[in-house]
Design a protein around this ligand. Structure first.
Ligand SMILES: C[S@@+](CC[C@H](N)C(=O)[O-])C[C@H]1O[C@@H](n2cnc3c(N)ncnc32)[C@H](O)[C@@H]1O
Length: 322
């Protein structure tokens, strides 16, 4: 029997942009699909149904709780499947290097509802919990360590860069002042420090006052942008010609990385713009499925408010099978 925190719940993650992901990836029977962010297996269930009993689904997640969801998925999937536990920024390059090839790869970035809704994980500013925020609980770095040991300058930098927080300086200063008296242990203490550091009118506008700092800490603790930057070229390498990549981003930092990567690989030629003719000979490697990112409909947001900031980008790998 699994401990309660590992039990899948009926109301766990609702897959975001489900129909749009299905259309963009256009999975067919017999293909190999990689779901690099398995989570509760919502998208994996959808994509494995497209395989209609023939094909393979490789699931990846760095969070051990995905295992319980995977067991349930495996019983129902009806296709060959396995779960690889680890960071997709490491696992995808390993698979690519080992010659594993895929027809469809999905990255649905960020945290899942099951991580956010489990207070003991410390991802949420809404409930008081230990300052943790690790997706992979075997990793050493926690939010507690970042908040209590990183320099004021580094804290201000991550709040600004990863949280786009206007009051980064004031919050950084308040954290350092408070931790000299007593180290931070819990999310609630951090929320109080943030509230106290920002001007009163700013506490009421633009969502919860701790939202941006919590996002910044989560990105830093899990080194999320590095993982994405390492995953994208590996995913492209793994794709067969005609294979498809789909990425769902939930904030502009992630989306910018995805957009730039796709643009670069769609362009091909890397010659300086003032060269009269191309001398590099690079061919485009990808073709966008749609130029603009795909956003959720109002109807989806009404049912699943967490979908509101999602942006889906997808591309097809160019070339012919050798
Ligand atoms: C938004 S959820 C995915 C939900 C999933 N698509 C579903 O329908 O249930 C993101 C998942 O990706 C995992 N994840 C995030 N970054 C990761 C990384 N760098 N490597 C592996 N897994 C990661 C998280 O642990 C989380 O379970």
């Amino acid at each position: 029997m699994l401990p309660n925190v590992l039990q899948p719940r009926a109301a766990d993650h609702v897959p975001v942009l489900a129909e749009e992901v299905r259309a963009c990836l256009a999975v067919r029977p017999g293909q190999t699909v990689v779901d690099a962010t398995f989570g509760a297996g919502g998208h994996a269930a959808l994509l494995s149904a497209e395989l209609r009993g023939s094909g393979k689904l490789i699931a990846i997640d760095r969070d051990a709780t995905a295992h319980a969801y995977f067991e349930r998925f495996e019983r129902q999937a009806g296709v060959n499947t396995r779960l690889l536990r680890g960071d997709f920024g490491v696992v995808l390059p390993q698979l690519a290097e080992n010659g594993v090839r895929a027809d469809a790869i999905l990255l649905d970035l960020g945290v899942s509802s099951m991580q956010l809704d489990r207070p003991e994980r410390g991802f949420s500013y809404a409930t008081d919990a230990p300052l943790d925020m690790r997706m992979d609980t075997t990793q050493d770095l926690t939010a507690r360590e970042v908040v209590n040991t990183w320099s004021e300058r580094d804290l201000v930098t991550i709040f600004r860069r990863y949280g786009e927080e206007r009051y980064s300086k004031q919050i950084g200063r308040a954290i350092v002042r408070r931790r000299k008296e007593q180290p931070f242990e819990r999310t609630g203490e951090l929320v109080d420090a943030i509230r106290g550091a920002i001007p009163a009118p700013a506490r009421f506008g633009d969502g919860h006052p701790a939202k941006r700092v919590f996002q910044a800490l989560r990105i830093a603790v899990n080194d999320e942008l590095r993982a994405l930057e390492e995953a994208l070229p590996a995913a492209l390498e793994m794709l067969r010609p005609g294979g498809r990549l789909a990425v769902i981003a939930f904030h502009s930092l992630e989306d910018r990385i995805v957009k730039q990567f796709l643009r670069e690989r769609e362009r091909g030629c890397t010659c300086p713009p003032d060269f009269p003719v191309c001398v590099c000979g690079h061919e485009p490697e990808l073709r966008a499925v749609q130029r603009r990112p795909i956003r959720p409909t109002e109807a989806e947001i009404a049912v699943n408010p967490r979908a509101a900031s999602a942006r889906l980008r997808a591309a097809v790998k160019e070339g012919v099978e050798s």
